[in-house]
Write a new protein. Sequence first.
Length: 165
Amino acid sequence: MPHSEKPWYREPMVWMLISIPGLTVVAALVTIYLAIVTEDGLVEDDYYKSGKEINQLLRRDRQASRLGLQARIVFPKLEGELLVYSTSRIPVQWPDVLVLRLLHVLKSGRDLRFDLRHRGNGEYHGRVPRIQSGKWYIQLETDSWRLLGTKMVPGGLDLRLGADG
């Protein structure tokens, strides 16, 4: 029985040996692409200063708890006017402007900040653009207090924040 030699490109072992470095090159190119496109997180330089800032934030959280603050945020369906209805267990002087921060869970480069104007009786309003899908941390704050929460987008249009959970 004569032995017929197949050309090299018809041998499965050759393709298996070629595929290993080929897949490695593809994986390296994907890794390089992700490294270029993805935003890096920042490394904190001054830990002492950060610690002092954390104490300030905790002080504002305790102040919101002492006042018994609660807020209901009504998000627009897509984009438009956002409304905030805030209440307090004890009488407070509502500021002219509340700051609403939407902090993206994974990418700080997507964080948003909105200044909301007071309408009276603890009601605030402001315009917001379309918010990207995903999980967001919500901060409603002034210089003296802060309320926290989380929101999934898309999701319900209402979000309730309370100082006591």
